[in-house]
Ligand binder design. Structure first.
Ligand code: ZN
Length: 165
């Protein structure tokens, strides 16, 4: 049995590597490896008070205090509440603002909603609607001219091979 397990692991690794090359290092992590996305609200991951303040009541954590503003691990940032993959470390850049900043999203998984006052555009998880932060454009940080400014409290980092820059 052990040899089968090793063989399976090897195959799996090969498949991941092949996939990485094929997709030119874009979203190379197979979704089966990430925690299952939770669809039913009553099953959402429990939140700490600070996380609930940000995710449910659209709060903002203080700059330079979150777990990920300066984090450089290779992997995927998933929704703290429902596990939906939101951002890749490939798209993370140092904006110097004190919040995790990404110039792209994992396709379709981050929704934009204009703030009531029309000043800013909120970003939320496309599955659970949890507040992530705001998106800003035209600032010149990267070629994509886009900064998804997220709260670390809204995210859980999952290490994954091939997601680095
Ligand atoms: Zn979510």
């Amino acid at each position: 049995m052990k040899s089968i397990a090793v063989l399976l692991a090897t195959c799996c690794l090969f498949a991941i590597t092949a996939c990485a090359q094929q997709k030119q290092q874009k979203q190379v992590v197979s979704l089966e490896e990430l925690p299952m996305v939770i669809k039913d609200a009553q099953d959402y991951n429990p939140l700490e008070p600070m996380e609930a303040q940000v995710i449910l009541r659209k709060g903002t954590e203080r700059a330079f205090t979150g777990a990920y503003f300066d984090y450089k691990g290779e992997g995927v940032y998933i929704c703290k509440q429902c596990n939906l993959p939101l951002f890749s470390s490939k798209d993370k850049f140092n904006s110097g603002t004190g919040w995790p900043s990404f110039d792209d999203i994992i396709k379709d998984n981050v929704k934009e909603i204009p703030d009531a006052d029309g000043m800013r555009t909120e970003i939320v998880c496309a599955n659970c609607g949890g507040h992530l932060g705001h998106v800003f454009r035209g600032e010149g940080f990267t070629k994509k001219q886009t900064r998804h400014c997220a709260n670390s409290a809204s995210l859980t980092f999952v290490e994954a091979e091939g997601e680095g820059n």
